[in-house]
Design a protein around this ligand. Structure first.
Ligand code: ATP
Length: 453
């Protein structure tokens, strides 16, 4: 049985150390969460899975890690300062504030059903900062609300350092901050979150071809790399396109409350490079951009064959890593009926994503002979450099199996008295609970096989 509600995942995350409420001991802070020992591992594995697909498996995408604080002008010309605002309404009866574009019925309060709804007002989604020694509290900079813009403004830097012909891309992962009106759904809508975004620069004549290519590639990553069944995912085209977009689809995952966005693929035309470029009039910019008198660099591309100098189009893939982790955990969450009124909770994560790769468990606590063999196995497994390995010296084998099932450890290695006699240990597999004995010397190769499956 999968998780019935997101609360099942919230409880598991807290109990087993994946995610905690931010500032918890002071009553929390809406939209901020802290990632615990296993949450950080799962996030690292998700980042690696994305980076592998974007950078190491291709030769046309470069990596970038831009600053999170940025010059105010960047957000003026990107349109965020003037336009990155959501229409906000307030219920006059219960005081709830809601984003009008996300309400189930814009004439009724989502919270209490009252029809006494205020007029919508604009709400600045960016978090302002006051930076510098003379800062007097007035906003003079912003935390970035996305990674994308900080990628566009580095277009020329990357191209100069790593000359590419079109099409090529720049990928970036990192924190983004949005003053969301109503954070909700655990880590689904946060005020501080992490994005994994890739901007692919293409010749305008080829935009549709590459939009379709990336839509298909990203969907395939969700199924083939994260192991989410295709039936739990769908592609939904945007019914209302942003003014700069020519095409946009969302990849949606089926959460307990229904399908919701986990990643967007957008054809942003020449809006971004066009907005931030110097000498806009020299180019035939298609999108509607604000006149830019401040940019110091032309964000254009010279075609080596035709000699034409133009502003490329951008195909963007924009994923939220926190939402990806939530989807992956929800998909893996399995409440298994073992018969006789017994059940077990198991997180059937792909081994590559699992926070702990293997646990070594001596059958009894503090027995020097068992502990020595277990420590040697632990050290041999560490040498494989496959991620976190744990040694459990608590002696309660049932409890250890339960804990490792719940955090998704693919394999446990149990050292018992027979090990001292014949040099074999028990490998216990998470998903099937199958147990088999193997010689100690074979443990590393057996574990590698399981992790790489
Ligand atoms: P939404 O419509 O849900 O507000 P968006 O379309 O504004 O999202 P993008 O700006 O395209 O989102 O950001 C790309 C991805 O970043 C989204 O698909 C989502 O996974 C993630 N994301 C966006 N906002 C948040 C948030 N407040 N908390 C967590 N993840 C987010």
């Amino acid at each position: 049985m999968p998780a019935k509600t997101i609360n099942d995942i919230v409880a598991l995350c807290k109990r087993r150390g994946f995610i905690f409420t931010g500032s918890e001991i002071y009553g929390g802070l809406g939209g901020a969460y802290d990632y615990g020992p296993y949450g950080v591992e799962l996030m690292r594995n998700l980042r690696d899975a994305w980076w592998n697909a974007m950078i190491y498996s291709r030769n046309d995408v470069e990596g970038l890690d831009a600053a999170q604080i940025s010059n105010r002008l960047m957000w003026k010309y990107s349109g965020h300062e003037g336009g990155f605002s959501d229409p906000l309404v307030e219920c006059k009866k219960c005081g709830a504030r809601m984003r009008q574009d996300k309400m189930a019925d814009p004439t009724k309060c989502d919270n209490c059903g009252s029809a006494e709804i205020s007029e919508p007002r604009a709400y600045q989604l960016m978090m302002g900062l006051s930076i510098g020694a003379t800062a007097d509290g007035a906003i003079n900079a912003y935390l970035r609300p996305e990674t994308a813009t900080t990628t566009y403004v580095n277009f020329k830097n990357v191209l100069d350092a790593r000359p590419h012909k079109l099409p090529f891309g720049i990928a970036q992962m990192g924190k983004a901050f949005r003053n969301e009106i109503s954070p909700r759904g655990f880590v689904f809508r946060m005020r501080e979150f992490e994005q994994a975004e890739m901007q692919y620069f293409v010749n305008p004549a080829e935009d549709e071809k590459y939009f379709n290519m990336w839509r298909d590639a990203r969907l395939a990553w969700w199924t083939d790399v994260l192991g989410i069944p295709a039936s739990s995912l769908r592609i939904t085209p945007h019914d209302k396109l942003a003014h700069y977009a020519k095409a946009a689809v969302d990849i949606e995952y089926e959460f307990p409350d229904g399908f919701d966005e986990v990643e967007g693929i957008h054809n942003r035309q020449d809006f971004d490079l066009g907005s931030h470029t110097k000498g806009q009039k020299e180019f035939n910019i298609q999108a509607n951009v604000m006149e830019n008198k401040d940019s110091t660099v032309k964000l254009s591309y010279s075609d080596p064959q035709s000699g034409e100098n133009f502003i490329p189009f951008v195909i963007e893939t924009a994923m939220g890593l926190n939402r990806a982790m939530l989807a992956v955990m929800h998909n893996a969450y399995t409440d298994e009926d073992l018969g006789d009124g017994k059940s077990r909770l198991v997180l059937k994560l792909r081994p590559k994503l699992a926070p702990v790769k293997a646990a070594v468990i001596p059958l009894a606590r503090n027995v020097p002979e068992l502990l020595e063999i277990a420590t040697n196995i632990e050290n041999d497994l560490r040498k494989l450099a496959i991620g976190r390995i744990e040694l459990e010296n608590s002696g309660n084998i049932g409890k250890n199996y339960r804990r490792h099932d719940e955090i998704g450890t693919p394999v446990c290695i149990t050292v018992d008295h027979q090990t001292i006699e014949d040099g074999t240990v028990t490998l216990r597999l998470r998903d099937t609970m199958e147990q088999r004995r193997v010689p100690v010397a074979d443990v590393p190769s057996a574990v590698l096989e399981i992790i790489n499956a």
